[in-house]
Ligand binder design. Structure first.
Ligand code: SF4
Ligand code: SF4
Length: 340
């Protein structure tokens, strides 16, 4: 395993990390066993979130005794000082630690969020205080919206950026990665498997391995997936061959016109539909614990408000057939609810 410095944080992390959503689907025993397996194989970087069900607790159970040997990143959707302080304290408790290596503002995409975060009573002031108090070591941010990501990078206050990137979602190459490198931010790649849509993990990781400055955090649920990833990431050079390129082309053709990048350009919906969530609901079902999935009933049930006005389709840069997809996804929710 190779290790690199994560931008200006100077945190030394394995060149491939571990995204900790899928462990929410495992029992506590199996999750801890899987995390130990990954650590024994050389993975030292683990990314979780306040909102990932019991993920933080499982990480705490796995690593509290070897805390200094792992780099833990977590995040919160709160934008105000009070809310983020409560979340941070809860994360410290769940993770059984007295410091977090990298604390990220989670999924910042709206202007109004940006304004609150940077206000007097905003989350950033609270995080700076937490940093001074030694509760967190570094501050990062995550986003799905390229324009907002660039704006956040240019503020100069963040040390890392986390953004989706895979062979279908490549918009970050245009500006997000360029600005990040210019400002020496660590670049963490979320959704290397497209949130579960790219089920050929081998090709997805071979594609990413060629971007030397990126640290992907694939979600693992089984040991063979870790072995496969490490096999690819332990090779000095790895090129996509003809077969891989064909596989990529096939995915692009099949998914390209349906794949939601969660950029939120389609929002707001005049009827109150939470479009990005409804669009990615299939991937939520695939990756999350059923109890957590059903806790999003308010978000997915907003689909019932859709009037087929088509406004969102015009705003979506990828012209996705939004009303059609969200209604299909709603059927998944109904099925899940019926069998509960
Ligand atoms: S539906 Fe289109 S605009 Fe809306 S989040 Fe998805 S990709 Fe972005
Ligand atoms: S088509 Fe449906 S989801 Fe899209 S903007 Fe109109 S009401 Fe909202």
């Amino acid at each position: 395993m190779e290790y690199i410095s994560l931008g200006k944080t100077n945190l030394i992390v394995s060149i491939i990390g571990f995204g900790c959503i899928p462990i929410t689907r495992l029992t506590r025993h199996d999750a801890v066993d899987l995390l130990h397996y990954a650590f024994d194989k050389g993975i030292t970087f683990y990314d979780t979130a306040n909102g990932y069900f019991d993920s933080e607790e499982k990480l705490g159970k796995a690593f509290s005794k070897i805390r200094k040997k792992v780099i833990i990143a977590t995040k919160s959707l709160k934008r105000d000082a009070k809310g983020i302080t409560e979340h941070l304290d809860l994360s410290l408790k769940r993770l059984k630690t007295d410091y977090i290596d990298l604390y990220q503002l989670h999924q910042v995409s709206k202007e109004e969020d940006f304004k609150i975060i940077f206000s007097e009573q905003g989350a950033l002031n609270a995080l700076n205080k937490a940093k001074e108090a030694g509760k967190i070591r570094h501050i990062g941010v995550t986003s799905h919206n390229d324009k907002m990501a660039v704006k956040l990078i240019k503020t100069g206050v963040f040390e890392t950026i986390q953004f989706p990137f895979n062979f279908i979602e490549r918009q970050a190459e245009n500006e997000v990665f360029i600005e990040s490198e210019k400002n020496n931010l660590g670049i963490i790649v979320m959704k290397p498997f497209g949130g579960g849509a790219l089920d050929n993990g081998k090709v997805a990781l071979k594609f990413l391995k060629n971007f030397k400055y990126l640290v992907p955090i694939p979600g693992f649920e089984e040991k063979w997936q870790i072995d496969e990833a490490i096999d690819i990431y332990s090779k000095k050079e790895i090129q996509l061959d003809e077969m891989d390129l064909q596989v990529i082309e096939q995915y692009k053709n099949e998914l390209g016109k349906l794949f939601c990048r969660r950029c939120e350009y389609c929002m707001p919906c005049p009827s109150g539909v939470i479009i990005p969530f409804a669009m990615q609901f299939k991937s939520v079902v695939k990756r999350m614990h059923k109890e957590k999935v059903l806790s999003f009933s308010k978000e997915i049930e907003s689909v019932n408000n859709c009037t087929d006005c088509g406004i969102c389709i015009k705003k979506c840069p990828y012209e996705l057939p939004i009303p059609e997809v969200i209604k299909q996804n709603y059927k998944l929710y109904e099925n899940l609810n019926q069998h509960n």
